[in-house]
Design a protein around this ligand. Sequence first.
Ligand SMILES: [Zn+2]
Length: 171
Amino acid sequence: MQYIKEPIYCLSCGGKLSEKPDENNRIRRYCPACGWTYYANPIPASAFVVLGDNHELLLIKRKNEPKSGSWALPSGYVEIDETAAECAVNELKEETGLIGEVTESLGYFFQDSSIYKRVITFGFLMKITGGFLQPGDDALDARYFPIDELPEIPFSSHNKFIEIIKKKFEL
Ligand SMILES: [Zn+2]
């Protein structure tokens, strides 16, 4: 897997893109035919912390890239028609079968991505209100881990959210 490439053709009209410096001298791809400009932005994602009755941490084994096969917080990319918190509620159900609600925002962190180059990940603490724990279509496994026996998690933002939670609950 390598970075997605910068577009060659206009996403609006399909014309071939050219490059020119903007007013800050940053080179941008633009479409001479329709004027559309390509801006590379960090992709928004949500990751969320769910704690069990004894403060165990819910993790999923990732089915998809990046880091397929690794354990991580449940997470997903924010769709165009949802908020970061709605993304958390929807992804929780998709990945783990559990129904939950966001109880607290844990802030956000930027991290490098092997696919999208740069991702901004919003963190949430969630409370489970229903459902049954069962890995969904985009997870190989889903289970609770004792907080002091966590597997290696390859995403810096996830580890930072976990540190925030450990401090908060003095775990
Ligand atoms: Zn165009």
